[in-house]
Design a protein around this ligand. Structure first.
Ligand SMILES: [Zn+2]
Length: 189
């Protein structure tokens, strides 16, 4: 079975359990009832691990993810998601959660470009994004530095209201421990 078939087979079993009522599935509002947005990394070790480690359940928080929990511009996709979360969905606090051993700290723009060229990506297409790529990937040295920078970027974004605390936390993907890097309440007016 390929991965698509595996997922569909698992979904069939899930639906059977759901119909039989064995798997409890509450009717949740799309509004996060803990009024929280979590912005974290796409790392696979965080799947089905970060939220339980935080005591966050289905229906309680918006979860936004990308590679290295990065913010790369004043109106890029994370900022857009936060704006919708805050203004339309009742989010009152934001947690930026990086993690130890983040893969982005070990990747370079040069390495990515070489792999793109091997996969026959057009050099012209690479040239178009090269400066932005280097600015993003080569700037990521340590997850804690990145958390601090991302918190500042969100905090200082003119579209984010000042009464929304922006917290920064670091997560250990091996032990599940969370530590505060930036206490967003301190910076709030
Ligand atoms: Zn990561």
């Amino acid at each position: 079975m390929n991965i698509l078939e595996q997922v569909l087979a698992a979904n069939g079993q899930f639906m059977e359990r759901f119909v039989e009522g064995v798997h409890y599935c509450p009717e949740n509002s799309k509004l996060p009832n803990r009024h929280l947005a979590i912005f974290t990394c796409m790392d696979t070790r965080l799947v089905d691990f970060l939220e339980p480690a935080m005591g966050i359940k289905r229906g309680e928080a918006k979860v936004i993810k990308n590679a290295g929990n990065s913010v790369t511009g004043p109106f890029e996709s994370t900022i857009r998601s936060l704006i919708v979360s805050i203004y339309e969905l009742g989010v009152k606090e934001v947690m930026v959660i990086g993690h130890l051993d983040c893969g982005l700290a070990h990747t370079t723009a040069e390495s990515l470009i070489q792999k793109m060229l091997i996969r026959k990506i057009s050099p012209d297409a690479i040239k178009m994004i090269e400066a932005e790529l280097r600015d993003w990937i080569d700037h990521f040295h340590h997850p804690i530095d990145n958390i601090e920078e991302v918190v500042i970027k969100i905090r200082n974004n003119p579209l984010i209201p000042k009464d929304v605390p922006i917290h920064g936390l670091i997560f250990n993907p091996h032990t599940g421990q969370l530590e505060v890097v930036v206490d967003g309440y301190q910076a709030c007016i």
